[in-house]
Design a protein around this ligand. Structure first.
Ligand code: FAD
Ligand code: EPU
Length: 330
């Protein structure tokens, strides 16, 4: 048995049968067929083990960065086990600009396409040329073009048709050499003609101020996704809640900040056992000490229920919850 507390950032106490480090694609292929149940894990920053897991955890630790350039683009092939934030720093140190808005997002490069990581006005989908993966059933290697990854807000084909069927081994990025600042999200607007380094530093500063550091207090970032509702529902709600913040997604749909809904529902700063809704960002649930999976599930369910009763909006968890036999839903 192996203790998983150090292997997921929410840091609940949980055990698994074993934790297997994967450092090469050949090693991965040699392990096929995987014994059921199994879980693929990067740095566990979007995964919470809410119970002991009765199977093997495959920790993807593939390493390596290859770089090429054309007249118009930088091309990077990055192994799945590389750390995302270290890659962002490496690109800037090497004169490659574009990833700066996505600084300080925890986790691996291999997990980045799965929920199409995004922050401060950018999503990684815009830079993904293709995703290399191993098909778990056949052992064959594929290279899926970015356009076929069905990227959406915190979404991709890897959460649907290819869920639990593939291991991402590397990501190919295509980054235009011609750079343009994206600085119209929140506090970034204060920057005057920023460089990529300015944006990087500002994003790091905002994140350090707002979000709890998993090294200090266990958490998995935003626990829920920001709900997308119809214009019609938004207009009805707005009559009752005129201050409800919103962002247009398209002419028919509107995104509402889950943090606002959770705060209005009275959960900001609230605790249940060892679980707390973070006092400066209520969308982040934290493990303030000795939290249990049961407490986390109970707290998240009561938030979801209260928000639903008050706003008729059903929150959907962003975090992957792993129970005894695999993924569980709230
Ligand atoms: P894990 O949690 O290890 O895995 C996530 C999922 O991907 C699991 O289902 C796992 O099975 C699967 N998986 C992982 N690697 C592979 C692979 N190689 N092949 C196949 N499947 C795989 N996310 C954002 O988008 N934006 C943010 O701003 C943001 N901020 C965060 C802030 C904090 C403090 C924290 C703790 C998290 C934040 N997150 C954010 C969420 C998290 O950082 C991302 O989801 C990240 O991509 C997860 O990487 P990971 O390696 O830790 O994934
Ligand atoms: N808000 C409140 N009360 C609060 C905090 C925020 O009402 O205490 C409202 C405000 O209206 C604010 C809005 O929520 O304008 C948005 O807050 P914030 O800018 O902090 O972003 P978010 O929507 O809560 C999303 C992502 C984050 C990402 C940030 C920055 C999701 C689920 N979360 O959070 O991603 O870092 O934007 O782009 O989309 C993650 O996915 O784990 C994550 C941290």
């Amino acid at each position: 048995m192996v203790d998983l507390q150090q292997h997921h950032t929410f840091a609940l106490t949980a055990q698994a049968n074993s934790l297997i480090q994967i450092t090469s694609v050949e090693e991965l292929q040699a392990r096929l067929p995987f014994k059921q149940p199994f879980v693929i894990l990067g740095q566990g920053s979007n995964t919470v083990f809410v119970d002991d897991f009765a199977g093997d955890v495959l920790h993807i630790a593939l390493k390596g960065i290859q770089r090429h350039s054309t007249d118009s683009h930088h091309l990077l092939n990055v192994a799945a086990g590389e750390n995302w934030h270290e890659l962002v720093c490496w690109t800037l140190q090497n004169g490659i600009t574009g990833f700066e808005n996505l600084a300080l997002i925890p986790g691996t490069v291999g997990a980045a396409p799965i929920q199409n990581i995004g922050a401060y006005g950018k999503e990684i989908a815009s830079y993904i040329d293709s995703v290399e993966y191993l098909d778990i059933q056949s052992g064959a290697l594929f290279n899926l073009a970015g356009e076929e990854c069905e990227f959406g807000y915190r979404d991709s084909v890897f959460k649907h048709r290819l869920h639990a069927k593939v291991v991402i081994t590397a990501v190919n990025f295509k980054i235009p050499i011609q750079w343009q600042a994206v600085a119209d999200y929140g506090e970034l607007r204060q920057l005057q003609q920023p460089t990529a380094q300015d944006i990087f530093e500002q994003v790091v500063a905002i994140r350090q101020q707002k979000l709890p550091d998993p090294a200090q207090v266990g958490n998995a970032g935003s626990f829920f996704k920001n709900p997308v509702i119809s214009q019609q529902q938004y207009q009805q709600l707005q009559q009752q809640w005129p201050s409800m913040p919103h962002f247009a997604v398209n002419p028919q749909q509107v995104k509402v900040p889950a943090a606002w809904l959770i705060e209005q529902a009275g959960f900001k700063g609230k605790m249940l056992g060892g679980v707390q809704s973070h006092p400066t960002q209520p969308l982040v649930l934290t493990n303030i000490g000795q939290a249990t999976g049961e407490q986390l599930l109970a707290f998240a369910r009561s938030i979801r229920q209260q928000v639903h009763e008050q706003f008729s909006i059903m929150l959907d968890n962003e975090v992957r919850l792993i129970g005894r036999h695999g993924m569980v839903s709230l």
